[in-house]
Design a protein around this ligand. Structure first.
Ligand SMILES: NC(=O)c1ccc[n+]([C@@H]2O[C@H](COP(=O)([O-])OP(=O)(O)OC[C@H]3O[C@@H](n4cnc5c(N)ncnc54)[C@H](O)[C@@H]3O)[C@@H](O)[C@H]2O)c1
Length: 321
């Protein structure tokens, strides 16, 4: 498999993936050849301590026979640069990389990680012309993990027994799907009624959802960027695809009417197999969650509109009830 972008996220993902034993081969490709080489050597020197895996610097020609390609390549904000200008630069980077993947006749599943991930997933999928299940984004898999962690801490229940999903944008408009949340099979409503630990559990829930949303900001304030948990989240996505696991994960997928939305890519529960998104799970959300998801989609569509994509890449039409 190939990881495009050997910065903090790409290299941490490569490190986690190498330890997992999931991949036979990991190729790192970066516009900065020296960085890619440094990361490859540093990782390869750990070969004695993790399962056999061939780690090397990848070339664009490696897209041709890769099963899986993760795109973590991106540009950082320049001093004085607007968010829109940065988005336009990253959209151009993603289109160029995706164009090259298509040119190499690759049959890989492509997972976009670069932010803003939902918009860039949309751009990559449209640029590819491939079935939408084969070009997806890491979506809210990381946010859902953060949600499970915070709930587990709050409720004092093992995170592995906490099932909870964040939907929508990987960003400020994300939606905590409380209706899908359960602890060891007990729906959260019932759990809270039985537990009685919180004085005001509605307020506790609001604070937890807010903390999930602000997680990345806090980490960025402390250390400049995030890379460990996202590296693990990407390894989870890679496992589902490489091992054909049919796992339910909230990756970002281009919607065509699901949840009454289309012409946008965002985090929804999907079944992930070796084909990529095998199917999107249609969950009957209560009106407040459905409305919040529609709002999140509208925010993403507004940003896609600002990109002024060529007509063949811009097929947005929103159907909302
Ligand atoms: N989706 C998520 O959950 C999530 C979580 C954390 C970070 N991210 C995003 O991941 C991206 C990478 O973050 P990072 O901390 O690793 O950044 P970074 O700056 O450390 O690494 C980015 C790398 O991309 C390379 N690059 C730039 N243009 C390229 C091109 N055209 N081809 C190949 N390589 C190219 C750069 O040389 C750099 O090494 C960012 O957009 C970040 O916001 C996403």
């Amino acid at each position: 498999m190939v990881i495009v972008g050997a910065g903090a996220v790409g290299s941490t993902f490569a490190y986690t993936l190498a330890q997992s034993g999931l991949a036979d081969e990991i190729g790192l490709l970066d516009a900065n050849h020296e960085l890619a080489m440094g990361q490859v050597l540093d990782l390869a020197h750990g070969q004695a301590f993790f399962p056999s895996v061939h780690i090397h610097e990848a070339q664009k020609t490696d897209y041709a026979d890769a099963h899986l390609i993760f795109i973590t390549a991106g540009s950082k904000q320049r001093p004085g640069e607007s968010r829109l200008a940065l988005l336009q630069r990253n959209a151009k980077i993603i289109q160029d990389i995706m164009g090259e993947i298509v040119r190499q006749n690759s049959s890989a599943v492509v997972v976009v990680v670069t932010n803003p991930v939902d918009i860039l997933t949309y751009v990559a999928q449209k640029r590819s012309g491939w079935p939408r299940g084969r070009v997806i984004g890491s979506g809210t898999v990381l946010d859902s993990a953060r949600f499970r962690y915070l709930l587990s801490q709050h409720c004092g229940v093992d995170v592995h027994n906490v099932h909870a999903y964040i939907l929508g944008e990987h960003g400020d408009s994300e939606v905590a799907a409380w209706s899908m949340t359960n602890l060891a099979g007990v729906p959260i409503e019932e759990y809270c009624a039985l537990c009685g630990k919180c004085e005001d559990w509605e307020e506790s829930r609001r604070k937890i959802a807010e903390a999930v949303k602000n997680s990345a900001y806090h980490i960025i304030d402390y250390k400049g960027a995030t890379w460990f948990a996202v590296g693990l989240a990407l390894t989870r996505i890679a496992a589902a695809i490489l091992r054909n696991q049919n796992s339910a994960l909230t990756v970002s997928a281009v919607l065509e009417g699901e949840y009454n939305l289309s012409g946008v890519s965002l985090g929804v529960p999907c079944i992930l197999s070796q084909k990529g998104v095998e199917r999107i799970l249609q969950v009957n959300l209560p009106p407040e969650e459905q409305n919040a998801l529609a709002k999140s989609a509208a925010i993403l569509q507004e940003m896609i509109a600002q990109l002024n994509l060529p007509a063949h890449l811009d097929t947005r039409t929103t159907k909302r009830k």
